[in-house]
Design a protein around this ligand. Structure first.
Ligand SMILES: Nc1ncnc2c1ncn2[C@@H]1O[C@H](COP(=O)(O)OP(=O)(O)O)[C@@H](O)[C@H]1O
Ligand SMILES: [Mg+2]
Length: 263
């Protein structure tokens, strides 16, 4: 068993009187994909912001490749480079072309030369099938294409893991499939991913574990098979019925072969 890329130990987070995360612990090993899901307001985005210390937890330990980010004196900027993030609303720079959105971090944070950064950014755009759109600005791209640029930007930095915060939930239904396909491709290529999503087809295809979060606690966790065949808690059953109605349509986007990866 390889050393975890991410290990969370008893993470607690409050905003004033509101306890948002109440003792979250789990691990992610190299090349693993885990899916976090649960009702709106359950603390999913807060958890991701805690993991990269944008909004540090009140208590707990966050190990990234063995280094505890909560230890005093840790160089957070250096550690954050190891954690990619893909946001719900893409968060691209509107005044930069796709290629420059991807290469800017390589130049400013990783210190690559202009040429090296350009070449690595182009490779990343190729992985999300957008090389020919490199010179377009975000406003000239569809939402699905913008999110694929967001994924390329994360990939290009070669982080230890990538966090995804509901990456398809701001997209029109017809654009979701292309983003999920890119996420499936990079998952199968061995990217370590923690994905907040309600796209159960994606979870079924590549997640080794699903974690159901409700009111800041892990209510139930298990394989996709566990959740789809024999979920235990009533809260999970109820929630899965709701997402079946809302998101059930995407099962058919996945090739049958995709469903077998990671069982
Ligand atoms: N910066 C903040 N200040 C105060 N309350 C917050 C802040 N961020 C999130 N919350 C509250 O924490 C709870 C969990 O939010 P969030 O993590 O965004 O949930 P989710 O992503 O699961 O929908 C919500 O009640 C939300 O209003
Ligand atoms: Mg959220």
């Amino acid at each position: 068993m390889s050393k975890p890329v991410l290990r969370l130990v008893d993470i607690w987070k409050s905003y004033e009187d509101l306890e948002v995360l109440k003792g979250i612990s789990f691990e992610l090993t190299k090349k693993q994909v885990k899916v976090v899901f649960g009702p709106s307001g359950s603390g999913k985005s807060t958890l991701l912001r805690c993991i990269n210390m944008l909004d540090p937890p009140d208590k707990g330990e966050i190990y990234i490749s063995g280094q505890n980010l909560m230890e005093p004196g840790v160089k957070l900027n250096k550690m954050r480079v190891k954690i990619g993030i893909v946001f719900q609303h893409f968060n691209l720079f509107a005044h930069l072309k796709a290629i420059d959105n991807v290469s800017i971090g390589l130049r400013r944070v990783k210190g690559f030369s202009k040429e090296e950064a350009h070449s690595k950014a182009l490779d990343a755009l190729m992985r999300v099938k957008l090389a020919e759109w490199a010179d377009h600005y975000p406003a000239q791209l569809s939402g699905g294409q913008q999110q694929r640029v967001g994924i390329a930007r994360a990939l290009a930095m070669e982080p230890d893991l990538i966090l995804f915060d509901e990456p398809t939930s701001a997209l029109d239904p017809e654009l979701i499939g292309e983003v999920l396909q890119v996420m499936l491709d990079i998952a199968k290529a061995g990217t370590t991913m923690l994905v907040v999503t309600h796209e159960m087809g994606f979870a079924r295809a590549v997640a080794s574990e699903m974690i159901f979060l409700d009111e800041g606690v892990i209510v139930e966790r298990g394989t996709p098979n566990h959740f789809f065949e024999s979920p235990k808690s009533e809260r999970v059953k109820h929630f899965l019925r709701q997402i079946d109605v809302l998101y059930g349509r995407h099962e058919e986007l996945l090739e049958p072969s995709d469903r077998e990866v990671n069982g």
